[in-house]
Ligand binder design. Structure first.
Ligand code: GDP
Length: 467
């Protein structure tokens, strides 16, 4: 990967609206020559006006073109450094959304010393000019990709900097600590201790607890970003695929009359009242010797272990209450988490002659009675799922949802443990100092106080061009 652009100050341009035709397209320019270059091809409606003399945050109407002719009527918005998204001079050209016009304008700009922006380069420049830190820049990409109320909430909170502040605060405390230790190193001949050990140990414990709290929010963050995993389990032919389809409201899983045809796990997501659920249709839970199905059953348990909630579906017309009770107890025994929420779902109630409430044991188990095929009472399932989701809500707690941040926190936590161990074992201060620097490094990598070109390339390379 050529990362030389990371430190360039060329003037760059890109289409910032989606590729293809739209009512309006926006071409963005950023860099020292942005205003000068745009001014060369812009003819303002007001003849006495010059774009180069325009103030920051002003919009101007006119035509854009060369001696060969006018390309389009455009609106040009000017932002002057440092008060722009990138922190540089920025010009946004709003033109009509024809692909031909977009290309023509970009072509003209490229012929005059402007270069096409790399993916995420506008946001990279914003980071380089301290408009925001690295975790906030990452949140911009997440905000663009957010597709539900919860993933949007996570991204917007992180973009607004609450998380960054928390990490910077932790790091600042550790920096104070580190400076005392480094001071001791400078005077190592004299064997002095500037840093009060018990105070230091207390500080380390506080930092460790805060790191642990942030780390434990990751499971929730993951769920908020990617959806709550819900496994649909049960014997073959009880109607799992039909139920999934009813939930998804469209025919995605294969529905078939032959037992055991849903061999592989299928995943699909839906948003119910702003909460994303990830449904996992599993292979049937039938005891079998057929090798493919045995793998399927192992996978079913794997999927149930990964899920936050298990919908245990059974055919109410063929299963006895005792069988269901035993089956659920059996599943619970095989799951890693014995407290996992298992929701019994009695399917095919349309074929039932008795009323559901006559199944006393099932009612006790809080069973939901539905008919997947007739789409009856499916809302009972979605309501129960929503209740589960809301019980995990956190208010204003800072939530970690990026794997990169989680890993950096884990490494920082390990370094803190090494520091504690170093003190406990009376290791020489210079060895302890190495772990302190490591912890500072890992915390700093989250906000970008410490970066490498490779890290920046990885993060910004995932952005779209034009952002
Ligand atoms: P799976 O093996 O558990 O995924 O079961 P399927 O969804 O493939 O369904 C098996 C059979 O049961 C199909 O013939 C479905 O049409 C039928 N079925 C599913 N749900 C219902 C229901 O609510 N009522 C009735 N009468 N039949 C159903």
């Amino acid at each position: 990967m050529n990362l030389s652009y990371l430190s360039s100050d060329d003037t760059i341009c890109a289409l910032s609206t989606p590729a293809g035709m739209g009512a309006i397209a926006i071409i963005r320019l950023s860099g020292p020559d942005a205003i000068k270059t745009a001014a060369q091809y812009f003819k303002p409606k007001r003849h006495d006006f010059k774009l180069e003399a325009s103030g920051s945050h002003t919009a101007h109407f006119g035509t854009f073109g060369t001696e060969a002719g006018v390309i389009d009527e455009v609106l040009i918005t000017v932002f002057r450094a440092p008060n722009s998204y990138t922190g540089e001079d920025v010009v946004e050209i709003s033109c009509h959304g024809s692909v031909y016009i977009q290309q023509k304008i970009i072509e003209v700009l490229l012929q005059h010393g402007v270069r096409l922006a790399e993916p995420g380069e506008f946001t990279l420049r914003a980071f380089m000019h301290n408009r925001f830190d690295l975790s906030q820049a990452e949140a911009v990409a997440d905000l663009i990709a957010s597709n539900s109320e919860s993933s949007h909430k996570l991204a917007i909170n992180q973009m607004r900097g609450g998380f960054s502040e928390k990490i910077r605060e932790l790091r600042a405390r550790l920096v104070d600590f580190a400076s005392l230790i480094e001071l001791e190193l400078d005077f190592s001949e004299e064997d002095v201790e500037f840093a009060d050990r018990s105070g230091l140990l207390k500080l380390l414990a506080t930092i460790k607890t805060e790191i642990e709290n942030l780390k434990s929010s990751f499971a929730l963050g993951n769920v908020m970003k990617h959806g709550i995993p819900v496994a649909i389990a049960g014997k073959p032919n009880v109607g799992k695929s039909t139920l999934l389809n009813a939930l998804l409201n469209e025919e995605r899983a294969i529905v078939s009359e032959i037992p055991g045809t849903t061999r592989d796990a299928i995943e699909d997501t839906i948003a119910i009242k702003g909460v994303t659920f990830r449904f996992i249709d599993t292979a049937g839970l039938r005891h079998t010797n057929e090798p493919i199905e045995t793998i399927g059953i192992e996978r079913t348990y794997e999927k149930m272990n990964q899920a936050a909630v298990v919908l245990y579906v059974f055919d109410i017309t063929t299963a006895s209450e005792k069988e269901i009770d035993d089956a659920i107890a059996d599943i619970r025994m095989q799951l890693e988490d014995p407290d996992k929420q298992i929701i019994p779902v009695a399917n095919k109630t349309d074929m039932l002659l008795e009323a559901p409430h006559s199944f006393k044991k099932l009612v006790e188990l809080d069973t939901l009675f539905v008919s997947a095929k007739r789409n009856e009472n499916i809302n009972l399932i979605t309501e129960r799922l929503l209740k589960t989701a809301h019980s995990g809500e956190t208010g204003d707690q800072t939530i970690v949802y990026s794997l990169r941040h989680y890993e950096a926190l884990t490494r920082a936590g390990l370094s803190i443990e090494s520091i504690e161990k170093g003190f406990a074992e009376n290791l020489p201060t210079d060895l302890i100092a190495i772990d302190i620097r490591q912890a500072l490094h890992h915390l700093g990598s989250i906000t970008g106080e410490v970066t490498t070109e490779e890290l920046l390339g990885n993060i910004f390379g995932k952005f779209c061009i034009g952002k």
